[in-house]
Design a protein around this ligand. Structure first.
Ligand code: NAX
Length: 333
């Protein structure tokens, strides 16, 4: 058994955390030989609820979970952490404009970025889930200059998992047979779910998905819309936003980042753009990445047709606009 590592989950009294904490604590993310000390951050009015979550974690009797530290203090929450799941954020309320949502969240991610900078390990891996996730990750990184920019990521894995499941369903194969599905851009309705580089394993052989589906209209119509609007469909049906699937995706993202991927496989993560595929630098944009030794690398030189290029540029434009709005808000604070 290794020494315990410290892991923080923010928004720990919320609905995504309720599923995520169990996945982390039973070893699904950091492995069965990695004991954990969980730091749980939420806001003062939620401390009573958080106490209940701590009781339940205790009652799960999980062998890897060595200690649980509930707190409303960012210093305590981020102290010496190796991994940070940034789930906590201000939800969009009725009548709230996107800019109002940005304003509320920019402030939260400024404060938490500063706390990461001061108190976390310098090799901390940060996953932002709270929306607007890509821009929140950018803000968080800006306020944590002593931590490498590459350590800040945002989650598009739920979108990827949704896309993978739709393709598996269409081909009538198990979801695990499908790989290399890409989400480009923002975790918003402008995201571009792209199945054109995906692979499917049939009778032990990997084949390109487009050649098996042979239906371009399906990719540009039903597939695209279903993935882009899945979050809204879940809210319409459940009267609450995706939580179990979001927690699973957060666990997948961090697990792959820590433990790596098989050669030839890639997943989508929103990371700081290096200008690949003509995407502007200095936005947190979802790219296909390979993962090895705790580091991601953007998959280069994929063939991009003009339709894809247009879709990729549109979602980049939205992220550039969000960046302008976010930093205008920060400059006014
Ligand atoms: P909940 O409202 O259930 O939980 C959020 C929690 O965050 C609450 O307990 C709240 O008190 C806490 N919080 C608010 N401000 C905080 C602060 N400053 N510090 C610490 N905690 C704070 O929301 P939930 O359903 O868990 O969703 C959390 C976030 O994930 C939302 O922003 C949501 O939009 C986002 N999502 C992102 C997804 C993605 O793929 N990137 C998908 C799922 C989800 O919609």
């Amino acid at each position: 058994m290794s020494e315990p590592i410290r892991v923080v989950v923010t928004g720990a009294a919320g609905q995504i955390a309720y599923s995520l904490l169990y996945l982390i604590s039973k070893g699904d993310v950091f492995g069965q030989n990695q004991p954990l000390i969980l730091h749980l951050l939420d806001i003062p009015p939620m401390m009573g609820v958080l106490e209940g979550v701590v009781m339940e974690l205790t009652d799960c009797a999980l062998p890897l979970l060595r200690e649980v530290i509930p707190t409303d203090n960012p210093e305590v929450a981020f102290k010496d952490v190796s991994a940070a799941f940034m789930v906590g954020s201000m939800p969009r309320k009725q009548g709230m404009e996107r800019k109002d949502l940005l304003a509320a969240n920019v402030k939260i991610f400024q404060v938490q970025g500063e706390a990461l900078d001061k108190y976390a390990r310098k090799d901390v891996k940060v996953l932002v889930v709270g929306n607007p996730a890509n821009t929140n990750a950018l803000v968080c990184s800006r306020f944590a200059p002593s931590i490498p920019k590459e350590n800040f990521t945002a989650m598009t894995r739920l979108d990827q998992n949704r896309a993978q499941a739709q393709i598996a369903n269409k081909l009538n194969v198990p979801v695990g047979a499908v790989s290399n599905v890409i989400i480009w851009g923002n975790h918003s309705s402008t995201q571009y779910p792209d199945g054109s580089h995906a692979l499917v394993k049939i009778n032990g052989t990997e084949r390109p998905v487009p050649g098996e589906i042979k239906d371009d209209a399906w990719f540009k119509g039903y597939f695209l819309e279903t993935v882009q609007k899945r979050g809204a469909s879940v809210i319409a049906a459940r009267k609450m936003s995706s939580a179990m699937s979001a927690a699973k995706a957060a666990a997948d993202h961090m697990k792959d980042w820590f433990s790596g991927l098989a050669p030839g496989k890639f997943v989508s993560m929103a990371v700081v753009s290096d200008g690949s595929y003509g995407i502007p630098e200095d936005i947190v944009y979802s790219f296909p990445v390979t993962l090895k030794d705790g580091k991601w690398s953007i998959v280069k030189n994929l063939e991009i047709d003009s339709y894809s290029k247009g879709m990729m540029e549109a979602t980049a434009k939205e992220l550039e606009e969000e960046r302008v709005d976010a930093f205008a808000i920060i400059n006014k604070l």
